[in-house]
Design a protein. Structure first.
Length: 116
């Protein structure tokens, strides 16, 4: 299984970015997907998750109302649309595919930098 994130970059505060995570080598539509992030000097942080069907989504309080997770099972891709970005959102963003609690896969990460 491989996960490849893209869409990161530099954006001004208040701006938007849309991250993508393309999966290959597995049955994408069978598994929940999530986005996590890690800022310099901080713990790995949950951002959002989506069920295998896309019918259920979950968000951390810090991004609720600003970020939207979605998936396209036909394209084996999960997305994270980020709006109203602030410098506190600066981090490396990772996608995660959850097969079971003991089997999961991570992408390599994509950098998001929000300037003030």
């Amino acid at each position: 299984v491989k996960l490849l994130e893209s869409g990161g970059g530099l954006v001004q505060a208040g701006g938007s970015l849309k991250l993508s995570c393309a999966q290959s080598g597995g049955t994408f539509s069978s598994y929940a997907m999530g986005w996590f992030r890690q800022a310099p000097g901080k713990e790995h942080e949950f951002v959002a998750a989506i069920s295998y069907s896309g019918n259920h989504t979950y968000y951390s309080d810090s991004v609720k109302g600003r970020f939207t997770i979605s998936r396209d099972n036909a394209k084996n891709t999960v997305y994270l649309e980020m709006n109203s970005l602030s410098p506190e959102d600066t981090a490396v963003y990772y996608c995660k595919m959850v097969v079971t609690t003991a089997e999961y896969y991570w992408g390599q990460g994509t950098q998001v930098t929000v300037s003030s």
